[in-house]
Design a protein around this ligand. Structure first.
Ligand code: OKP
Ligand code: ZN
Length: 342
């Protein structure tokens, strides 16, 4: 299986994040990608390619052009306002505040275009996020050109990012961009299986009313975990997309055995849907030692996950999402890829 990776992705290097009422060291850091790349090479998963340069159009198929422009111009405006540190939003247009006024102030814009205060924006964030989306697109193109599987070593991750907002360490929704690209280039049905510990609210929302992109997600129950406001079992799609979203919220403490029931159900949906390709939003934060998560996967369980996904039997694009136990991240990730390849 080929891996796609760009070192431009390492330029997004947040130092701190806001969580649990504190400024803490950031967990979504460049070494995550570095250790995965190192392990891909050591364990000889396959060739490592650099992404091609894609035009802005595939991004605009998923994200609002004004949102993309906001991210692109952000650092210049931020520094012009006299700010020098990485940025955090702190005010949002919540219920009873106006959604209809045009916002010009940089702090207003940060709130307008974000979902949380835990996602720092820095000087190189846009460049890295673009490279991450290009990584996903290049891997998608490998599938279109006939590869049966590919690995997009994406960073920053994407599944929390929506049509016009960033959050959850995510800026562009790499999985959604890849899925739409596959649709725009001849595939009729695409499935996204999100196995990150956190619900992929951005991906779900982007395709909620569409039957051509199936969204399946297994994750920590949002009543106990981020993102809190989406990812419940009664969310199953709307309009033409009714029945084409499925969520399996699981309790804190879930181990591989508890997970497999949901995974089997998800695989059954995939069998019925018969996608032309499957995108796996591959978060590795169900791991027992993950510093921000509460599931109990062991490293060996990731081999079983890869093996199970291979049995679905469709062209598969693996795309890195979360996973913050850096020391084990390469092992866990390559375990999935090797398990898949058999
Ligand atoms: C991104 B991805 C923990 C705060 C967690 C946000 C988590 C984002 C996860 N106290 N903050 O889905 O791995
Ligand atoms: Zn996650």
């Amino acid at each position: 299986m080929k891996t796609v990776f760009s070192d431009l992705q390492l330029a997004h290097a947040p130092s701190q994040e806001i969580s649990d009422g504190e400024l803490k060291p950031a967990v979504e850091i460049p070494s995550r990608a570095e250790i995965v790349l190192k392990t891909v090479k050591e364990r000889k998963v396959g060739e490592v390619l650099s992404p091609g340069d894609f035009p802005i159009r595939p991004l605009h198929r998923v994200h609002a052009p004004h949102y993309v422009s906001f991210l692109e111009g952000f650092w210049d405006r931020w520094t012009a306002a006299g700010r020098e540190n990485e940025a955090f939003p702190f005010v949002w247009p919540i219920r009873s505040l106006r959604q209809d006024v045009e916002i010009d102030h940089i702090d207003g814009l940060l709130g307008r275009y974000s979902m949380d205060a835990g996602t720092p924006l820095g000087e190189h964030t846009y460049k890295a996020a673009r490279a991450s989306a290009d990584t996903a697109l290049t891997a998608a193109k490998l599938l279109l050109d006939g590869d049966q599987s590919a690995f997009a070593l994406c960073r920053p991750p994407g599944h929390h990012a929506g049509f016009d907002f960033f959050g959850g360490y995510c800026f562009f929704n790499n999985a959604a961009v890849a899925a739409q690209y596959l649709r725009d280039n001849g595939l009729n049905r695409v499935a996204i299986l999100d196995v990150d510990y956190h619900h992929g609210n951005g991906t779900q929302a982007l395709f909620y009313d569409r039957p051509d992109i199936l969204f399946l997600s297994i994750h920590a129950d949002p009543k106990d975990e981020y993102p809190y406001f989406l990812g419940y079992a009664d969310e199953t799609g709307e309009h033409a997309g009714t029945g084409f979203t499925r969520n399996w919220p699981l309790p804190l403490g879930t181990d591989w055995e508890g997970y497999t029931l949901a995974l089997e159900e998800a695989c059954r949906w995939l069998l019925v849907y018969k996608p032309d390709a499957m995108i796996v939003s591959l978060g590795l934060d169900c791991f027992e030692k993950d510093p921000i998560s509460g599931f109990k996967f062991k490293s060996e369980d990731y081999i079983l996950l890869g093996q199970r996904l291979a049995k679905v039997g469709v062209p598969t694009l693996f795309l890195l999402e979360g996973g913050y136990a850096v020391d084990a991240l390469g092992t866990n990730c390559v375990n999935v890829l090797e398990g898949f390849e058999g």
